[in-house]
Design a binder for this molecule. Structure first.
Ligand code: KG4
Ligand code: ZN
Length: 351
């Protein structure tokens, strides 16, 4: 089966062509057009995002088909992100996918964006298959998931306030870095002294038990406030900026690593799979890899191109869903938020 996949949930217009069995998808082409315009506003402007997607979706799709050396005649199904995300942005991809499918009499399938992030890593690492513990860290979500099999997901923990990427972006803004600030903050932190500022690790202390409500959840808004107070208290911000970045990043990473290892230990998973834009962060990947190796576990992280939003991950998830006989129909539409298919919320017992 060969699938054409589209992604337009936020500020990347992306198209990809993939083929192969669902457990070993092969990427034929991937085009990602990032909407730079939002930098001017310091955040994504939904109306502008929709208009940019509308201008880009046809040429981006044509380029993906050209790069794969095929035409629509070679495509067996169309896949598209239908949730969660900005509704106006999602609708561009969904409408175009439905139109293509109707014109070509092809099946169309809607894919949940976060399930896409779960499938991104297997495109780089064929061994990143279930069972595994997944940490998805993006601009809008932070989820710790036990993946017993593709399609069988248990939410172990989540953020109670800001997503990890959101915390990176907000702290980056405090430090005067451009939007989106995650990678700029990582670069600044590289020259920071880890002992200059030590922020407390949110929801992380030695006495916690698996039955405690905060054992696997995370929270980053208090950490963000701690950085804000330190910025205000600083008498030399030029000197302190790299140290503040380092102190923030170390606290966030240590928390994510500890919670992920707790999740892996609870379900005795040997493999840990990272996903989402924050998985581009080398310090996070390295810290997770070292800590996991000490406990006999292996970490798989996607390359930055597949960690951030892209259509290849949507196509990989679609190959799995299509192999189960799932198909969308004319009622397929966009949703700002919707539960991930197959996800059981094990965290509700905590709340
Ligand atoms: O998954 P993604 O591309 O989009 C969403 O689905 O939200 O994630 C984007 C997020 C942004 O918050 C961005 O700052 C963050 O990923 N990010 C990083 C790094 N690269 C991207 N955060 C920390 N370190 C990085 N190197
Ligand atoms: Zn994403």
């Amino acid at each position: 089966m060969r699938v054409l996949a589209l992604e337009s949930s936020c500020d990347e217009t992306s198209a990809a062509v993939l083929h192969g069995p669902p457990d070993a998808p092969v990427l034929d082409s991937l085009v990602i057009l990032s909407q730079d315009v939002h930098r001017i506003f310091g955040g994504v402007v939904p109306e502008i995002a929709s208009r940019e997607h509308l201008a880009a979706i046809v040429p981006v799709t044509r380029q993906a088909l050209r790069d794969a050396g095929c035409t629509l005649d070679d495509i067996d199904a169309i896949a598209v992100t239908h949730a969660p995300g900005l509704v106006g942005a999602l609708l561009v991809g969904v409408s175009y996918a439905k139109a293509l499918a109707a014109a070509r009499d092809l099946p169309v399938i809607g894919v949940h964006h976060m399930e896409g992030h779960l499938f991104a890593t297997v495109l780089d690492h064929p061994d990143a298959t279930p069972p595994f513990t997944a940490l998805l860290v993006s601009g809008g979500h932070t989820m710790l998931i036990d993946v017993a099999a593709w399609g069988t997901y248990r939410l172990l923990g989540a953020t109670r306030d800001d997503a990890a990427g959101e915390a990176f972006d907000k702290v980056a803004k405090l430090l005067g870095l451009p939007y989106p600030g995650g990678r700029h903050l990582e670069a600044l932190a590289a020259s920071g002294d880890p002992d200059w500022f030590r922020f407390s690790r949110p929801m992380l202390h030695g006495g916690q038990q698996p039955t405690d409500p905060d054992y696997l959840d995370v929270s980053f808004s208090g950490l963000k406030t701690a950085v804000l107070l330190a910025v205000r208290a600083s008498d030399d911000l030029v000197r302190d900026r790299p140290h503040l970045a380092r102190g923030f990043q170390d606290a966030l990473i240590e928390t994510l690593v500890a919670k992920t290892l707790r999740g892996a230990a609870l379900h005795d998973r040997r493999r840990i799979v990272l996903g989402g834009g924050v998985a581009c962060n080398r310090a996070l990947v390295d810290a997770m890899t070292t800590a996991a190796a000490a406990r006999g576990r292996t970490v798989f992280a996607p390359t930055p191109r597949l960690a951030t939003d892209n259509a290849a991950m949507i196509g990989a998830a679609a190959l799995f869903r299509l192999s189960r006989g799932e198909r969308g129909d004319a009622s397929l539409t966009a949703h700002a938020s919707s539960p991930m298919p197959g996800l059981v919320d094990a965290t509700t017992r905590h709340r």
